[in-house]
Design a protein around this ligand. Structure first.
Ligand SMILES: *[C@@H]1O[C@H](CO)[C@@H](O)[C@H](O)[C@H]1NC(C)=O
Ligand SMILES: *[C@@H]1O[C@H](CO)[C@@H](O)[C@H](O)[C@H]1NC(C)=O
Ligand SMILES: *[C@@H]1O[C@H](CO)[C@@H](O)[C@H](O)[C@H]1NC(C)=O
Ligand SMILES: *[C@@H]1O[C@H](CO)[C@@H](O)[C@H](O)[C@H]1NC(C)=O
Ligand SMILES: *[C@@H]1O[C@H](CO)[C@@H](O)[C@H](O)[C@H]1NC(C)=O
Ligand SMILES: *[C@@H]1O[C@H](CO)[C@@H](O)[C@H](O)[C@H]1NC(C)=O
Ligand SMILES: *[C@@H]1O[C@H](CO)[C@@H](O)[C@H](O)[C@H]1NC(C)=O
Ligand SMILES: *[C@@H]1O[C@H](CO)[C@@H](O)[C@H](O)[C@H]1NC(C)=O
Ligand SMILES: *[C@@H]1O[C@H](CO)[C@@H](O)[C@H](O)[C@H]1NC(C)=O
Ligand SMILES: *[C@@H]1O[C@H](CO)[C@@H](O)[C@H](O)[C@H]1NC(C)=O
Ligand SMILES: *[C@@H]1O[C@H](CO)[C@@H](O)[C@H](O)[C@H]1NC(C)=O
Ligand SMILES: *[C@@H]1O[C@H](CO)[C@@H](O)[C@H](O)[C@H]1NC(C)=O
Length: 723
């Protein structure tokens, strides 16, 4: 009887699968339908399995019609047909009892915190068509379930859980109606199942990315003749792309990034995938050329071949991919002229990244006709020439990276770019070698600039006054130039600046007290603007926003003189302070002890005198400390944080003493401790232990918070290195 009801229902509520999107049509709820008693009990059993039901039980009352409960929809016969409990904050396990709902068509439990396994009863259900348990904490293996009769299942989304084990081959075998399987973002292991498509005439989406699959891609995948989406990135797949894969002419999205795939992109293969919209083979070990036949893929919107071993020139036919939006080729051995491609024919291009290749020549003028370009990165190549004024046609440009090429004429470059209203990250260092920093009041604009990298240029001149107008500037990198003159007093007018690197220059004079008044370094708040910061995050190659720019001051390796101002302690938000290799004298200010989150303090190679302020020992996050090669005297404190620093932090201070340094302290102090009475001693130990416990817990908590912060910092630094 159940099966006849089932058949009738399937006819009455047909489900059409249109590509990836599932559309439920003809779908009426009769308010009159009242729920079946056993099904109510089944639902209550499910409720019972929840540890935290987010108030579901106030709706799910035994004495009411279960067809009216939150998340439940019944069919005309009063059988439960749809359960939609996504993002309800549910915790606990999924009761196998749901497998007893013989009229259940869709089960959506996505985005909760459900744990333990997925009941086999659900995968083997004779009614469920759509199963979405994505974004939970489900774990354990999906067992191979013996199953020989036809199942109606069309959509399985078990992505973003904690599943382990092998591909559940026999479970899948009976699912002849399967259209979409998303297993991504779990911990599945083993090989990709070669029979995954066998007897599945409707199979259009397979997502296996973010797992631990290994071995080669089975050629039998070529049997998936209607597949449109095939994703298996972020696994450990090896071998070559099997020729059979290119038989799947229906493919629109082919994505295998971050594996260990080898071989070449054969021109006669790639040309067969005429429907391709996204091709992502980045971060593999592919070599050879980008085939010219790629030009036949006229629907192509995204091409990712970054971090491979591709060589040769850009294929001219790429100009025919007129729908293309994203081209990411960074980290290969591509060479020749960018002008191989006629960019005039790529009007939708938004992101072009060819960083770290061997491209030569000038930037082709027709690139500036791509008026939708948001991010352009040409860094670490061998481009030369001057920037064309036509670049100001790029009215949407936010990210420009041309660092480490052979571009010339910094004056011209800044003049052209300063008029941009959109540019927020400008990384042009490693060019303009031995030119002079323009210092006239000629640059207006740079309205949105948040990041300016003008490092590694050996530029002469001073810190120019036009910088003081960059009110949104969060990070300024001017290290490795030959800039001279003083650090200007206007420095504190950079309201948003929280990362300043002017190390390795020839700056002279005192540290101005205005530097100790930098608003963003005094305040532990981060400018909300910073959150909008768009950069390429190196390993992910994404154009994305960055949370936090670390608060840092690096004045190292200059010719600064005078004393370190006592007011430096006002910069309470600093994580890193480097004043090394200068001519600073006087004492280390006590006030540095106020910079509570300081992680790096480098004062080495100066002429500092006096004792080490013991308050520095209270800087619990200080992990790099260097005062070597000064004229500091007295004992090295042994308590608190000081016990963690190596001798190399202190060497080159002839009058400094410690038990491990060349110069030993006299032991008079140590003797006085033994005079303390035993009673006092015991009290002290107890206090020390109690304090220690508190301290450890407190610091651990902070450390967690800070390590999140540092993590962002590292992302930033990665970016910085990868500009
Ligand atoms: C629900 O009500 C029925 C009949 O009123 C009763 O038999 C059953 O035990 C109740 N179930 C629960 C879980 O309270
Ligand atoms: C499940 O619900 C979530 C949240 O409403 C939704 O995003 C998702 O598309 C649903 N799943 C299916 C298969 O419809
Ligand atoms: C399903 O229903 C059958 C019969 O009503 C019952 O014996 C069984 O315990 C139920 N299974 C679950 C998992 O609730
Ligand atoms: C799970 O996958 C299905 C099919 O692709 C999709 O409709 C659904 O929206 C996905 N669920 C979520 C939460 O994205
Ligand atoms: C699979 O699910 C993940 C989320 O878990 C989602 O990001 C991804 O887009 C889905 N894949 C497909 C092909 O829809
Ligand atoms: C993977 O799953 C985790 C946990 O649900 C989620 O936070 C993360 O965004 C997912 N990653 C991807 C790439 O879908
Ligand atoms: C699957 O593909 C292989 C070769 O790739 C072929 O030998 C086999 O017959 C195909 N199987 C089915 C069931 O189509
Ligand atoms: C699939 O590809 C292989 C190798 O390229 C080829 O020999 C075979 O004929 C193709 N099969 C179909 C059905 O196109
Ligand atoms: C990269 O390609 C070059 C040829 O362009 C080849 O000589 C070299 O062995 C390849 N390296 C790797 C790691 O595959
Ligand atoms: C590039 O394409 C444009 C528009 O199709 C055309 O006018 C121009 O002549 C082409 N340039 C070159 C160098 O082929
Ligand atoms: C550099 O650019 C400026 C301003 O555009 C221009 O006046 C000057 O001639 C250029 N210098 C060289 C060497 O091309
Ligand atoms: C450091 O101080 C000593 C004496 O105080 C002086 O002789 C020496 O020249 C100073 N060195 C520098 C680099 O200023």
């Amino acid at each position: 009887m159940h099966s006849s009801i089932n058949n009738r229902k399937t006819k009455m509520y047909p489900i059409h699968l249109l590509g990836v999107s599932l559309v439920l049509v003809i779908f009426s709820v009769s308010p009159a339908s009242s729920c079946i008693q056993e099904e109510k009990a089944t639902l209550l059993q499910f409720l019972d399995g929840l540890l935290h039901d987010s108030g579901l039980s106030t709706s799910w009352q035994n004495n009411t019609n279960c067809c009216l409960w939150v998340g439940i929809v019944c069919d005309v016969d009063g059988a439960v047909a749809h359960i939609s409990l996504a993002s309800m904050g549910l915790e606990g396990h999924i009761s196998p009892s749901l497998g007893n709902l013989t009229g259940l068509l869709t089960l959506n439990l996505s985005g909760n915190s459900l744990s333990s396994g997925l009941p086999p009863e659900l995968l083997l259900s004779r009614s469920i068509v759509v199963l979405d348990v994505s974004f939970n904490k489900l774990n354990a293996d999906l067992h191979n379930l013996p199953s020989n009769s036809d199942r109606p299942m069309k959509v399985i989304n078990i992505s973003s859980n904690l599943f382990t084990g092998y591909f559940p081959s026999t479970t899948l075998e009976s699912m002849k109606n399967l259209a979409s399987l998303n297993m991504s973002n779990n911990s599945f292991t083993g090989k990709i199942l070669s029979t995954v498509c066998v007897d599945k005439p409707f199979f259009v989406v397979l997502d296996l990315s973010y797992n631990q699959f290994h071995g080669s891609i089975p050629p039998e995948l070529g049997n998936c003749s209607v597949l449109r989406v095939l994703k298996a990135g972020q696994n450990q797949l090896s071998g070559t792309l099997p020729a059979e894969l290119f038989n799947i002419t229906s493919l629109e999205h082919l994505s295998f990034p971050n594996n260990r795939l080898q071989g070449t992109l054969a021109p006669e293969h790639i040309v067969k995938l005429r429907n391709l919209v996204i091709l992502d083979l980045g971060q593999n070990e592919l070599n050879g050329k980008i085939p010219n036949s790629i030009g036949n893929l006229n629907r192509l919107e995204e091409l990712h071949l970054d971090s491979n071993n591709m060589s040769g020139q850009l294929p001219p036919a790429l100009s025919k991919c007129s729908s293309i939006r994203t081209i990411i080729l960074k980290g290969n051995k591509l060479e020749g002229d960018l002008a191989n491609v006629n960019f005039s024919n790529l009007p939708y291009l938004k992101v072009l990244d060819v960083r770290s290749n061997k491209f030569t020549g000038i930037v082709p003028e027709n690139l500036y006709s791509c008026s939708n370009l948001i991010a352009l990165r040409l860094s670490f190549n061998k481009f030369h020439g001057q920037l064309s004024p036509r670049i100001s046609n790029l009215k949407a440009l936010k990210f420009l990276g041309i660092s480490h090429n052979n571009f010339i004429n910094i004056t011209n470059t800044l003049q052209i770019l300063s008029t941009s209203k959109t540019l927020s990250a400008l990384l042009i260092g490693g060019n303009f070698r031995h030119e002079t920093m323009p210092n006239y009041d000629m640059f207006y604009g740079f309205e949105s600039l948040m990041l300016l990298g003008l490092n590694d240029c050996s530029l002469y001149g001073n810190l120019p006054a036009w910088l003081s107008k960059l009110k949104n500037l969060a990070a300024l990198l001017l290290d490795n130039n030959k800039l001279s003159g003083p650090i200007p007093a206007w420095i504190n007018s950079l309201d948003s600046l929280q990362y300043l690197d002017i190390s390795n220059n020839s700056l002279t004079g005192d540290i101005p007290t205005t530097l100790t008044e930098m608003p963003m370094l005094k305040s532990t708040h981060s400018n909300p603007l910073i959150i909008q910061l768009p950069v390429y995050v190196a390993p992910l190659l994404q154009y994305r926003t960055l949370g936090v720019v670390p608060k840092m001051l690096n004045l190292g390796n200059n010719k600064l003189t005078g004393v370190i101002p006592q007011e430096i302690g006002q910069l309470k938000a600093l994580l890193s302070l480097n004043l090394s290799f200068n001519y600073l004298y006087g004492e280390i200010p006590q006030s540095i002890g106020n910079i509570a989150n300081l992680q790096l303090l480098d004062l080495s190679y100066n002429n500092l005198t006096g004792a080490i302020p013991s308050v520095l020992g209270k800087l619990h996050f200080l992990s790099k400390f260097n005062i070597s090669n000064n004229d500091i005297e007295g004992p090295v404190p042994t308590e608190d944080q000081f016990s963690t620093f190596p001798d190399s932090s202190f060497v080159g201070n002839p009058r400094l003493c410690s038990p491990t340094l060349m110069h030993h302290c006299n032991s008079a102090k140590a003797d006085t401790i033994s005079i303390i009475s035993t009673e006092q001693y015991v009290d002290k130990v107890i206090i020390a232990i109690a304090f220690g416990m508190f301290f450890v817990v407190g610091v651990l908590y902070d450390q967690m918070v800070v390590s999140r912060y540092i993590c962002f910092g590292q992302i930033y630094l990665n970016w910085n290195k990868s500009q």
